[in-house]
Design a protein around this ligand. Structure first.
Ligand code: HEM
Length: 444
């Protein structure tokens, strides 16, 4: 329990790997967990043997946040879950095909306007990044966007953020391993229950409004899913209104704080190595309106995105998996129901794979730099691969190309320390709040 209550669990689990090896076991109450700390071992379990490790642990608190496991992210593996994921995948694909690029461009453009309005005063950009990432997801799901000051957005994001941070706290996870604790008063748990009820009220309202609006025919994820509900069984799967509701929760939680956190990390690292910004800027100078298809002629920017995904995989321990049958990993017997923790953070800092793994060096991903994209697994892999990988990669590339083409990010002041790069790890790995000066580049 003490191991699991560490304030930065990914760093702690990575340190344990140095003592106990790339695969080790932790026991917490009656729960047995196996931690995987290396890309090859993670790939063996999640990709090669995906049929053995596709499950999710059943947990008391997980059931509360996922309406009894009816989300994609926390639902256990079954034929029904597989069909559900397939339907959502298709709906997301339908909604992004053709329009994703312009949806992101529009948000990137708006973000630049907001940054221009700050002048040269030090600002904390985290909320602006959240608004931009959230608007991409709300456009894909409902065809709607919100301003930063919008009460609807503030309510929804505030509530989802609280759920994620409360659910990741040791006060709550202890309830899963020690059922007796459920009988004692637990203020964080009461708060979690309150936020889940609030979330359901807010999302329910959104879906009801959507059903009444003229958007319901359009190519959004929600319109595709509602058509499936109306059609009865699709792909052998009977989609219900609860599925539609919980899919919205999955996409908003999975797709907002992750991307926003990574943008915030990127600016912080760039303050530590300003020459990287200049190199990306030089590369972008000759590109009129950067497109995702330009990524092959923007190797430095692509390397920056890869290096950020390596150094700060924002879902550092993925989501726990469960062995659904007896199996083995790296030659070790793994009994059914063992919980598997893919330590993506550890895999990305493995000194046997990465040269100088703790240093911020985008150059490692340039030709001949030694970095290998095969060992980079920020989106995990196999049947549980992040559903939003395509969206997130395009967002990172386009948001950063707009930001670094238009601005130079400078430290908040001579006296101010540079941002602390250790971060705070819950389900999402975030940087501690910091401020930055955003200086417009002269127009080309
Ligand atoms: C930089 C951004 C992102 C990163 C690093 C990231 C990473 C991850 C990781 C590591 C997982 C866990 C996979 C596993 O269980 O092994 C995951 C799951 C998931 N992600 Fe993402 N993600 C990002 C953005 C997004 C976006 C933009 C969306 C939505 C559009 C999204 C939706 C999901 C969903 C629904 C799942 C659950 C998949 C399942 O259990 O089958 N993510 N993500």
């Amino acid at each position: 329990m003490l191991d699991l209550a560490q304030d930065h669990l990914p760093i702690h689990l990575t340190a344990l790997a140095q003592r106990y090896g790339k695969i080790y076991q932790l026991n917490c109450g009656s729960t047995v967990m196996v931690v995987l700390n290396n890309s090859e071992i993670i790939r063996e379990a999640l990709i090669k043997k995906w049929t053995d490790f596709a499950g999710r642990p059943h947990s008391y608190t997980g059931d509360i946040v996922s309406a009894g496991g009816q989300t994609i992210s926390l639902g256990d593996f079954s034929e029904g879950w597989k069909a559900h994921r397939r339907v959502i995948h298709k709906a997301l694909h339908h909604s992004v095909s053709g329009s994703l690029h312009s949806v992101i461009e529009k948000q990137a453009h708006h973000l630049c306007q907001v940054l221009h309005s700050y002048g040269r005063k030090p600002v904390d950009l985290s909320e602006d990044f959240t608004v931009a990432a959230s608007n991409v997801i709300t456009t894909l799901t409902f065809g709607k966007t919100y301003e930063k000051a919008s009460e609807v957005l503030q309510d929804l994001q505030g509530c989802l953020n609280k759920i994620v941070s409360l659910w990741g706290s040791p006060w709550i996870s202890a309830l899963d391993s020690f059922p007796l604790l459920r009988k004692l008063p637990n203020p964080p748990f009461s708060q979690l229950m309150k936020e889940v009820a609030r979330r359901d009220e807010l999302i329910g309202k959104h879906i009801e409004e959507f059903k009444k609006s003229d958007q319901k025919q359009g190519g959004t994820v929600t319109s595709s899913l509602l058509q499936c509900v109306a059609a009865g069984a699709v792909d052998c799967m009977k989609l219900t209104n609860v599925h539609v509701h919980m899919t919205t929760v999955d996409l908003l939680i999975g797709g907002t704080e992750t991307t926003a956190a990574l943008l915030n990390w990127t600016v912080a690292f760039l303050l530590h190595r300003p020459e990287v910004q200049d190199k990306v800027y030089e590369e972008l100078r000759d590109v009129q309106h950067p497109q995702y298809s330009d990524r092959h002629r923007l190797p430095y920017l692509s390397a920056l995105v890869a290096e950020m995904l390596r150094l700060r995989p924002v879902a550092p321990l993925a989501v726990p998996h469960r062995a659904i049958r007896n199996s083995s990993i790296a030659g070790h017997f793994i009994p059914k129901d063992t919980i598997i923790i893919p330590n993506l953070y550890g895999a990305h800092h493995d000194p046997e794979v990465w040269d100088d793994p703790y240093s911020f060096k985008p150059e490692r991903f340039l030709e001949g730099g030694g970095g290998s994209l095969r060992t980079l697994i920020p989106f995990s892999g196999g049947i549980r691969l992040c559903l939003g990988e395509v969206v997130a990669k395009m967002e990172m590339f386009l948001f950063l190309s707009y930001l670094l083409q238009n601005f130079k990010f400078l430290p908040a002041g001579h006296e101010e320390p540079l941002p602390d790069l250790r971060g705070v790890a819950s389900v999402v790995l975030k940087i501690k709040p910091y401020t930055v000066i955003v200086e417009p580049r002269e127009s080309k």
